[in-house]
Design a protein around this ligand. Sequence first.
Ligand code: HEM
Length: 362
Amino acid sequence: LGDSARSQPQTEPQAVDYPLTRSSVFLVLTVHDDASSVDTARATVAGIGDLVKDVALRDLTRSVSCTVGIGARIWPALVRGPAPAELHPFRVVEGQVHTAVSTPGDLFFHIRADRPDYVFELERIILAALDGAVHVEDETVGFRYFDARDLLGFVDGTANPVGAELPEATIVGAEDPAFAGGSYLVVQKYLHPLDQWQALPTEMQEAIIGRTKPDNIELDDATGDAQKSHKTLTTIVDADGTELDVLRDNMPFGRPGAGEFGTYFIAYSRRLWVVEQMLERMFIGDPPGKHDRILDFSTAVTGSVFFVPSASFLDSLADDDAVPDTTGTESSPPVSGDEPVATPAAPSDGSLGLGALRSTPT
Ligand code: HEM
């Protein structure tokens, strides 16, 4: 460790920037509304480093990783302290034709490895440690498809930031010092009517995505009010004209025998609002009404937001009496339009009063 890393141990990120792997599991859980379940959940996420080691050492290629995200509903009870400035439940985005739904999720585990047996083993061990304290909302097993293609047949992940741009795009810094080293995480599970997509001529598919299909070359952006491609709608620039990237590690999943074909969308970002703006441009359209045509062939069936704290922040949750050091913040202001994430007063029925699982009717 260099001196700067040693003097700021609280900012060591989780394995957010892990290279793309061949295999993964996306696990979305809700925690039961009682103190013992929350304690079990806290101890498990705090000990995740050791659980990963139990499996990782058996993989000589060193491909095993797991990142843990914590949702807004469970944050106050599990962390026992203020929440990151932008953390709130997934906001429904309702376009004229398509809707980005919001679904429950208190904990998220993004388990990655180059072999499915390692992924399976780590998931098994994590769920055993959680010991019935959780309900599995969704478990999706993803696989790498040929040369990093999605099931629509396009190479997916090309525009991801690399090098120095990667932490700049994904890791919270001085803007929210108590949560430096963490990332916002947005996940959505999409289902594709693959036969309808495959019936489109390749040129039309390419115009929808904004890249050529065989060789993955960018097409020119449509201008003015013309129908924009997926690539153009998801390009976000700030007031100075700087492009704000996110890190995606989408994976295909499916069961051809059940007619299920999907893309698991997952994005890590330093700024939650950037992903939200992408979703608005896709679902509402730019100009409004001209939604992303990828959605005519992709239905979002889940949608959840998490915060992936730094590895050291997670570790510190293990200490029974310790509340992680959040003195760097001037307490996080509630985001307008959402319930504030505040430390709850426990009701007298023995539950923790964690609140409704669904924040917004879908
Ligand atoms: C680019 C597929 C959903 C954000 C792309 C590309 C493909 C793709 C093939 C072009 C190659 C690349 O740069 O990776 C899909 C599929 C989706 C999906 C199959 C779901 C069905 C989303 C969602 C978001 C998003 C929900 C954001 C909320 C982006 C971004 C880019 C991109 C930021 C890069 C744009 C650029 O060139 O700067 N996607 N995507 N995608 N997508 Fe998606």
